[in-house]
Design a protein around this ligand. Structure first.
Ligand code: TLP
Length: 342
């Protein structure tokens, strides 16, 4: 199988399993897991923040970040296609009691001017704007890059007005690999940053949030409250440390492989791919004008051992990762060309 459904399908390699097996562990609820402590220090340094906190998932990292920086009845400004708004089971409404104000955007990015139009005035009738959330790379827009200058503009704007900024950086590693911009420069635009180890980096689970000391203190308490305090989870942190050492530089391969897949889809009649927006490891193919329809296409590809996902009506997603070698990406591209000829 060439599994292009998500970069979350990555399985730990033999070498990563060895690092897991050798991990020194302790009870992390007592703060005594040396491997988690090392991972937290390392990610905080990479992101240029005072501290970082290890969590089971990207969703929990976002939930904790929103909860720590808002109060019920306040408003969060974010982009309408983002993960926090669409794919986290309504958790921010449920646990933080916030409401959302949405920015529309084609590629998932926005500017300080867009935010300025949506920030609430100081008026007793209106919900106070507490937080702005950005996503880089943007999943639903197709792994697109949020321009760092726009992020910095939003960061400055928010700081002047006392509004907090969160960055969902589940795939910030991909953004940095694609642009060469250090993670810390992206992170400087936000008060809190979440990153995932379980996507392109290939760890079986684990995310972190990074930020200032007082934010992390709040986040720590909320993690416990939500049941996210883990014990000897150094076995997971060891996978993360291994991934930081061995799986970051290779992300460029995933991006090159995604281009092969994007070109294959784009060559077909009735399929629309925005090649300029295929900037990292996610390919979106609009098949709404293809005679087969998406269910038949998914099925036909599956019969040839290629798995892709429908993420919207008529919209297919293919994601490259360390589960897919360059040879397999080239093979998948040929299969796509052969299978989708009407
Ligand atoms: N994304 C998953 C699905 O939930 C859609 C995927 O297959 O892409 N932020 C972003 C930008 C994400 O793409 C995801 C996962 C998360 C947060 C949540 O991470 P997990 O799955 O660890 O809770």
């Amino acid at each position: 199988m060439i599994d292009l459904r998500s970069d979350t399908v990555t399985r730990p390699t033999e070498e990563m399993r060895r690092a897991i097996a050798a991990a020194e562990v302790g009870d992390d609820v007592f703060g005594e897991d040396p491997t988690i402590n090392e991972l937290q220090r390392r990610v905080a340094t990479l992101l240029g923040k005072e501290e970082a906190l290890f969590l089971p998932s990207g969703t929990m990292a976002n939930v904790v970040s929103v909860m720590a920086q808002t109060s019920p009845g306040t408003e969060v400004i974010l982009e309408e296609g983002c993960h926090i708004y669409n794919f986290e089971s309504g958790s921010s409404a449920r646990f933080s009691g916030v409401q959302f104000r949405l920015v529309s955007s084609r590629d998932g990015s926005f500017t300080a001017d867009d935010v300025d139009r949506l920030v609430r005035d100081d008026n007793v009738h209106l919900p106070p704007t507490a937080l702005i959330a950005m996503e880089n790379t943007h999943n639903k827009a197709g792994g697109t890059l949020f321009p760092v200058e726009a992020m910095e503009g939003i960061g400055r704007y928010a700081e002047e007005r006392g509004i907090k900024v969160h960055l969902d950086g589940a795939r910030l590693w991909n953004a940095s690999a694609a642009t060469g911009i250090p993670l810390s420069r992206y992170a400087a635009a936000a008060d809190s940053v979440s990153v995932c180890l379980s996507k392109g980096l290939g760890a079986p689970a684990g995310s972190l949030v990074a930020g200032g000391r007082s934010f992390i203190r709040k986040a720590h308490r909320i993690r416990k409250m939500l049941g996210g305090g883990m014990r000897q989870a150094g076995i997971l942190a060891a996978a993360g440390l291994y991934a930081l050492d061995h799986h970051v530089d290779r992300l460029a391969d995933d991006h090159a492989n995604a281009k092969l897949i994007a070109d294959a889809f784009a060559s077909l009649p009735g399929v629309d791919v925005d090649l300029d927006r295929t900037e990292t490891n996610i390919v979106l193919a609009d098949v709404s004008n293809h005679p087969f329809g998406e269910a038949k296409i998914i099925d036909a590809l599956k019969r040839r051992d290629v798995l892709v996902l429908a993420i919207d009506t008529g919209l297919l997603r293919a994601v490259t990762s360390l589960e897919v070698t360059s040879e397999q990406a080239a093979e998948a591209a040929s299969i796509i060309r052969e299978t989708l000829i009407p």
